[in-house]
Design a protein around this ligand. Structure first.
Ligand SMILES: NC(=O)C1=CN([C@@H]2O[C@H](COP(=O)(O)OP(=O)(O)OC[C@H]3O[C@@H](n4cnc5c(N)ncnc54)[C@H](OP(=O)(O)O)[C@@H]3O)[C@@H](O)[C@H]2O)C=CC1
Ligand SMILES: O=C(O)[C@@H]1CCC=N1
Length: 284
């Protein structure tokens, strides 16, 4: 990797689809201090989604509903193109932009269950395809993204995509056959945390706290515990033991929780997630 690849501003970037995930990456890219050639071009299907960017000087938005060539307009002049549409529409989106892509463009797909080969089949020679599996905390620069180059992607393309996702959090380069596992752990992971938060808030309310009180107690507990885990050299198990005084109150609650066999529960949940990626790969 050359020094210029490491230090240069990110190239002009187009984002095809700017919903939950595309929007989170975009928010991270628009944060102060991120060096990227502007404007970032984004597309949505509906006029109402694109209208959210009216008046922005760093983003230009197109809507397929009013402009059938929206995606093609967006990718013109872009060195990086992020496909952030639903998995079952990725191949069609790639086909639609194929002849408008800049030579040497890098196409990054964040879709679950869409192999790079399926995207490469729609694109001209010389376009590098990289898979990425980010997560929504990218919105605040705290994402984690697994990336894997397809057969068309050389080291430099993977390095550029790495720099892209490093602007919105941490990056792990993996083999493409590990992307489904990344989706199961960290791509979907925030949902598991929010599910835990939902249940803790509901349980706190049943103890008698009002909605604001319950939200404050649970939100700050999760945020504080997560930040402590990130900053500490201790493993989560030790951090748990630090809370669990012998013969104390935590011990009793943890005993109840452990009885639910979380190991088996998480094995089954992650396996179900991976199976869904495999179904998507088969077009189901
Ligand atoms: N959500 C997540 O946490 C994660 C999602 N992913 C992947 O990200 C991808 C997008 O998921 P998500 O963001 O949740 O989905 P959303 O439904 O939130 O967003 C989809 C976006 O695509 C737009 N869109 C639909 N069709 C087109 C089209 N033909 N051309 C341009 N834009 C179009 C939609 O526009 P409109 O708003 O007008 O409908 C919307 O902006 C999926 O492939 C998913 O696997 C990966 C990791 C995590
Ligand atoms: O639920 C999904 O399919 C996407 C992929 C990972 C997170 N969200």
């Amino acid at each position: 990797m050359s020094n210029s690849t490491q230090s240069a501003a990110l190239p002009r970037t187009a984002m095809i689809g700017v919903g939950s995930m595309g929007g989170a990456i975009l928010a991270g890219l628009r944060a102060p201090g991120v060096e990227i050639e502007l404007p970032i071009a984004v597309t949505a299907r509906s006029v109402s989604s694109a209208a959210a960017f009216e008046g922005a000087d760093d983003v230009v938005a197109y809507a397929g509903e009013s402009d059938p060539d929206a995606n093609r307009h967006a990718v013109r002049g872009a060195g990086l193109v992020i496909l952030a549409v639903k998995p079952w529409t990725v191949a069609e989106a790639a086909r639609g932009i194929a002849d408008a892509l800049e030579p040497g463009a890098i196409v990054v797909s964040v879709a679950a269950g869409v192999p790079s080969s399926a995207i490469e089949a729609e694109l001209p020679e010389g376009v590098a395809v990289v898979r990425a599996m980010p997560n929504t905390p990218s919105h605040i620069g705290r994402g984690v993204t697994g990336i894997a180059g397809g057969a068309s992607a050389g080291e430099e393309a993977v390095a550029t995509v790495r720099r892209l996702f490093e602007t919105v959090g941490e990056v792990l380069v993996v083999r493409e056959d590990q992307i489904n596992d990344v989706a199961a752990v960290s791509g979907s992971g925030p949902a598991y945390v929010y599910l835990y938060a939902e249940h803790m808030i509901a349980a706190a309310r049943r103890l008698g706290f009002d909605a604001d009180q319950a939200r404050l107690l649970v939100q700050q507990t999760i945020a504080g515990a997560a930040e402590l885990m990130v900053r500490s050299d201790d493993e989560p198990e030790q951090l748990r033991r630090n809370v669990t005084s012998p013969k104390g109150t935590t011990e009793r609650a943890v005993e109840v929780l452990q009885a639910a066999d979380w190991g088996d529960l998480f094995d089954r949940a992650l396996a179900a997630n991976v199976r869904r990626s495999e179904e998507l790969e088969r077009g189901e």
